[in-house]
Design a protein. Sequence first.
Length: 284
Amino acid sequence: MMDVKLNNGKVIPTIGTGTYPYKELLADSLPVSLKTGFRLIDTSDNYGNETFVGVGLVGADLSDLVVISKFSQPLRTHELEKCFEESKEKIGALNIYLLHWPYPYLWKQQWRKMEDLYLKGKCDAIGVCNFDLGYMKELLSFCRVKPAINQFERHPLFQQQDLVNFCHANEVAVMAYSPVARMDKGLQESPILKEIAEKYNKTVNQVILRWDVDTNCIPIPASSSEKHINENYDIFDFELNKSEIEKINSLEAGNRIRFNPRTRFSFKKKLLFLISRCRMLLQK
């Protein structure tokens, strides 16, 4: 297992296990993940599974794990620290806290509260999710605490390389969700990936996860199957060469499979966020 050092010195594994969309299954699958070797666990307060994550971690050495959760309740911005404590209680441990989306009208205030949380020593690191290049530039222009991580959709069909390069240049670790694009046929049937997989006696998914690692990104694949959990972790006995990485890079197709942060929220939600922001300003 390789490690990644964050910009504040915190060391985390270079691969993690995602938990979305699983719930009850986590009671059985998380112990398998830990036995396999995973030490980085990713969840969120809006996955509806933090309690199940906690059940899956019962008996584990929590001091040996890095647990990530996210703040996803914009209308509770005034209670961000309380939301953090609620998540921690459900899971049993919470090391890194991420702002799940750049919520319109609210995300800057939320980041200030995230910074306060970190500066109080409540967590080991803070970061963001789904912040595109424009949001990242804006965030870095005013933050007191630089985000340690930006977690966003990244796979060979949708690489967001400009964003990756910007994060790396500014010492922000890149964490890739949906790293195999939900088993998209464009990847599973790719002649390039199949050829590389055959060369190393690996699966296409293993090649993709290794591509993440070899391009300094942290993939967080999710699975409830013991077979796939073991496969996801078994990527450290080979390394892609420069030519193979370039071939995988050539698969870029602009094929986003998850939400676009610029169009994620409806007019109604944006209006609710604005009202919430105005209420907080009036209470000051």
